[in-house]
Write a protein that binds this ligand. Structure first.
Ligand code: PMV
Length: 336
């Protein structure tokens, strides 16, 4: 038996603007997805039921790329998750990453020598396969590498460059440079409280809403550029461990996202409720539902305030560890 896990993620800065070439920062969170893999006696199964590739297109893509296309045997899979589902916390990316790492380990890759860029690439391609070819590598890079990830369309000197990803989306070659931000120890005194509205954030719909706004009011591109500036200021603040400046950048990001029309009354109410006990608060991800986040030194007080405003909460440190093997096989499960 092999057990692999990967964390969820939330976007600290840059959602929506990243679609237009601006940078974004995401952090891995303490809530994880765990995947148990065992050799099957009969066909493929997931959580005790026969594996249905239409229900699990992401996992089907990973399975083909790393296992079935090479003739690997059927497996029984069990998935468990601490993440809110369909909340924009990267659960499908985490499953893809844990599955890719788990399969590589089943084929003999040492748990201490996981090829992170290869796992992130497989997971990104799986997300793209399952999402009609459109996926940025933000989620899959963050859940694979862990910590804080800076995604930009150019190599940045302010962070540690890890790898490049590209993908042809709607006929156009898009490329991303993936960096790690080395988070200073001082950030460990702060927590992120994640508040879930209880409704999924409809990513495609919200991205289309911003596209329509920019088409009708092209001058609003300055707001997208402003989000890019705030993101860069946020990266400097993260590097310096300047909690107050991170909070200010989060507040500014929320204000700009509200201006783009992607926040909603539930998110705004939860952000307002969190602010008196927080360094900063904002919606995270696509908006229109989904989650908000607050950076705070008083996580219990902030979580209570968000719950009173109707949210379900999760408390996390900033930058959890990335994908890892929790339980190793003594010998490869399948020696191809
Ligand atoms: O739905 P989420 O939390 O993965 O966030 C989507 C982020 C967007 O910037 C709105 C879209 C994108 O592809 O980057």
């Amino acid at each position: 038996m092999v057990v692999a896990s990967a964390p969820g993620k939330c976007i600290l800065f840059g959602e929506h603007a990243v679609v237009y070439g601006q940078p974004a920062v995401a952090v891995a969170i303490d809530a994880r997805v765990e995947l148990t893999i065992e050799l099957a006696e009969s066909g493929w199964s997931i959580d005790g039921m026969s594996f249905d590739k239409t229900r699990h297109p992401h996992m089907d893509s990973v399975r083909k790329r790393l296992w079935s296309n090479d003739g690997g045997p059927a497996l029984d899979l069990q998935v468990s998750s601490d993440l809110f589902g369909a909340a924009g916390l990267g659960s499908s990316a985490a499953i893809c990453s844990a599955f890719a790492a788990g399969l590589l380990h089943c084929r003999g890759t040492d748990s201490g020598a996981l090829p992170y860029s290869g796992i992130a690439t497989t997971a990104h391609l799986a997300e793209a396969d399952a999402q009609g070819g459109r996926a940025s590598p933000t989620d899959t890079s963050t859940v694979t590498l862990g910590g804080a990830i800076y995604v930009s369309n150019q190599k940045e000197s302010i962070a540690d460059w890890q790898f490049s990803r590209d993908l042809r989306i709607d006929g156009e070659l898009r490329s991303w440079e993936i960096h790690c931000i080395d988070l200073p120890e001082s950030l460990s005194e702060a927590s992120l409280v994640i508040g879930f509205t209880g409704r999924p954030g409809p990513t495609g719909e919200m991205v289309a809403k911003v596209a329509d706004l920019l088409k009708n009011e092209p001058e609003r591109m300055t707001d997208i550029e402003r989000i890019g500036h705030v993101t860069r200021a946020g990266v400097t603040a993260l590097n310096l461990g300047n909690l107050e400046a991170i909070g200010i950048a989060m507040n500014e990001c929320h204000r700009l996202l509200q201006g783009l029309g992607v926040s909603d009354p539930d998110l705004d109410r939860m952000v307002d409720a969190a602010l008196p006990s927080s360094l900063g608060a904002k919606m995270t991800g696509a908006g229109g539902g989904g989650c908000m986040i607050a950076l705070t030194l008083e996580p219990r007080r902030t979580a209570e305030a968000i719950e009173l405003a109707g949210g379900r909460t999760l408390v996390s440190s900033l930058g959890a560890p990335g994908v890892r093997i929790e339980k190793s096989a003594d010998v490869p499960i399948w020696n191809s």
